[in-house]
Design a binder for this molecule. Structure first.
Ligand code: MIC
Ligand code: SF4
Length: 645
């Protein structure tokens, strides 16, 4: 039987387990990336492990999320991360150099390699034929130290592309179509592999738009073949020596097959408040808009910017619309500055932002009250824009630019003929904003620079004999990490300070939660399906840990968040019968008798007794050998410390 691309990369990197779907495997990690909003914690954790130098082939620390510097906090984080990178052997991409995923694609990604990143959109690297996976900071810290990364051996879905996109229909519309078909839960436990004749019509940055938003499917990763198109991209980045071919065997076996004829697609939009709430522009009809934001790791490549500039050239942004544009990297910004495209954008009235995440994570450009905002980003969760009642639609750069001119959601196919756009033969290369690590001989003299807002990892505790605690919060389905631990300009600067940031935990759902949980001392959270979807932020586990949450009982979990809970020593439980969710109310006293023993003995079916109403509820606690030991130890940090002794 032939192999899928995923199986080829996994088998070349397998260090533990067998490639049997659904079982836990450990893989060797070639590259890691971090960004600043998760990076401070990741480097505190790395330091706590006591490994002097990273043991990967390449590890890069990026600064791209917290670049507002609305106080000393972010600048302190940047300085801390820079000093860690220098000392411990990492490349350091300074603020201004661009969004981690865009820069990694341009300058560091290599087909056939494994990459994990402390950011859920790390699968962007799949556009180059990497197996790139988003993970919690602590998992990345362990991988930097040379440890394996553990995942459930994924199912593999084949998305077969045929045909070619029509003019003004974009890669974004492809992934929105996949989201429409599969939903935000459809990718859990799966890698999405793109094959078929249509693949060769898509450039690497277009492929990267598609793999980037595979995160919104809940998928472990998404991957494209490495072919002549990949080679051309890497040659244009002067990295042809790193290119290798990669393709699935013709007789590879897939768990699911989805067929998409690119020529049949039309411009689409994800409507509020979920990336899978997808409709065609025609279906949505005439929608007056207030704001357009172009950029983010999904759609900020050179070609995206060239298309936007072409649409805006010689025109003026509609008087009722604010248009902001953030090119994805210094390379992109440099090139559009040199070829005049930037000037066309400025001329039309676009507000040019620095090459960073910016509005995507609520760092500025929040829309007006109830404002309708079109964004080329990947997430439109409620409140994420910084305006609680903001209505965010996710669209392609082409749709965004056309709409910015008319003031209405506009099908870009109505704006006239599309000229041919192609990638340059050579990109402008200047890596002067990437600082190299100190030589091994000099590393001892590098001082780690902390700041007053950088607080240590919260206190952990080995798993209790019995958990007896009230339900401090009950929430519904599809709770995102933006609900659990919101970001944005006010809260993001607190990422290095768990006691402070925990005061905002669940602020979107219930502002009284942090004080209540703290007063209770110990408690349990109850939730619905797909709990913890979205970001890789381990803060969504560390803040509950700090607030005394001992277990989270839900209908189902999103992959990265479940791993983060285990890493933080919080017990992840799922209902055996989903209907039992209705038997528990907020405030009920729950008891898990003898839970430590049961976990130690490898029991997966446990019982929760609701002391308030007498209900006896069977729950699943699926921990394998390694995750079981992590749980017993009180989390991955304690477990790793023990293992390194
Ligand atoms: C996001 O898009 O939500 C983020 C901010 O990039 C996060 C990481 C974080 O919360 O720091 C992600 O996607 O993992
Ligand atoms: Fe940054 Fe947004 Fe991409 Fe997250 S999704 S890495 S916040 S640009």
């Amino acid at each position: 039987m032939g192999l899928t691309m995923t199986e080829k990369i996994l088998s070349a990197h397998l260090v533990e387990g067998e490639l049997k779907r659904g079982t836990e495997i450990g893989i060797r990690i070639d590259q890691t990336l971090t960004q600043d909003a998760t990076g401070t914690m990741a480097y505190l954790e790395f330091e706590a492990m006591g490994v002097p130098r990273v043991r990967t082939e390449r590890s890069v620390a990026y600064i791209d999320h917290n670049t507002l510097q609305n106080g000393f906090e972010n600048a302190d984080d940047h300085r801390f991360i820079g000093s860690c990178a220098k000392k411990h052997g990492l490349y350091f991409s300074r603020p201004g150099n661009g969004i981690c995923h865009q820069v990694h694609l341009e300058r560091f990604g290599i087909p056939g390699k494994t990459l994990i990143g402390s950011d859920s959109h790390t699968p962007t690297g799949g556009g180059l034929g990497m197996l790139a996976i988003g993970a919690g900071g602590l998992d990345v810290a362990v991988a930097m130290g040379g440890g394996a990364y553990y995942i459930t051996c994924p199912k593999v879905v084949n998305v077969k592309l045929s045909g070619q996109l029509s003019p003004w229909v974009a890669a974004k519309d492809v992934i929105l179509e996949v989201l429409r078909r599969m939903s935000v839960k459809g990718g859990v436990g799966k890698v999405i592999e793109y094959t078929g004749e249509g693949v060769k019509t898509l450039t690497v940055p277009e492929r990267a738009t598609i793999t980037n938003m595979g995160a919104e499917l809940g998928a472990t990763s998404s991957i494209f073949p490495s072919d002549e198109m990949t080679k051309a991209f890497m040659t244009a980045q002067k990295r042809e020596q790193d290119w290798i071919p990669l393709a699935a065997d013709p007789d590879a076996e897939y768990d699911e097959v989805i067929e998409i004829d690119l020529s049949k697609l039309e411009p689409l939009a994800a409507c509020p408040h979920s990336p899978d709430n997808v409709k065609s522009i025609a279906e949505i009809g005439k929608l007056k808009i207030d704001q357009v934001c172009i950029g983010s790791c999904t759609n900020s490549s050179l070609l995206d910017m060239m298309k936007v500039a072409h649409i805006l050239k010689g025109k003026t942004v509609h008087p009722d619309v604010s248009l902001s544009i953030a090119p994805g990297s210094k390379q992109v910004l440099n090139m559009i500055a040199a070829n005049g495209a930037l000037s066309d954008m400025i001329d039309a009235g676009a507000r040019i932002l620095e090459s960073a995440c910016g509005p995507c994570i609520g760092m500025g450009q929040s829309p007006n009250s109830g404002g309708i905002s079109l964004r080329t980003f990947n997430r439109n969760f409620e409140g994420r824009s910084g305006t609680k009642d903001g209505q965010i639609y996710l669209v392609s750069p082409e749709t965004a630019a056309a709409s910015a001119l008319t003031g209405y959601l506009t099908d870009p196919r109505t704006i006239g003929e599309m000229p041919a756009f192609s990638l340059p033969e050579v990109f402008t290369i200047n890596d002067n904003m990437v600082t190299l690590p100190a030589d091994e001989a000099d590393m001892d003299s590098v001082e780690i620079k902390l700041g007053p807002n950088i607080k240590p990892y919260p206190e952990t505790h080995p798993l209790l004999e019995t958990i007896a605690a009230p339900v401090s919060l009950k929430v519904g389905d599809n709770i995102t990490t933006d609900h659990i631990m919101p970001a944005g300009a006010k809260i993001l600067p607190l990422r290095s300070n768990i006691p402070k940031i925990s005061e905002h935990c669940f602020a979107v759902c219930d502002e009284s939660f942090p004080a209540r949980a703290k007063a209770l001392g110990q408690s349990i959270i109850v939730g619905g399906a797909n709990y913890g979807q979205g970001s890789s932020r381990e803060h969504a586990a560390l803040a509950p840990l700090y607030l005394g949450v001992k277990a989270v009982l839900v209908k189902s979990f999103a992959r990265i968040h479940r791993a983060n809970l285990i890493n933080a020593g919080i017990l992840p439980l799922t209902f055996v019968n989903e209907a039992d969710y209705d038997k528990i109310a907020q405030g009920d006293e729950l008891v898990l008798e003898g839970v430590r023993n049961a976990v130690a003995e490898g029991k997966t079916e446990l019982t929760v007794v609701d002391k308030t109403n007498g209900a006896v509820i069977p729950v699943l606690c699926e921990l394998t050998g390694r995750t079981k030991d992590i749980m017993l130890a009180g989390g991955l940090l304690d477990y790793t410390r023990e293992a390194l002794k």
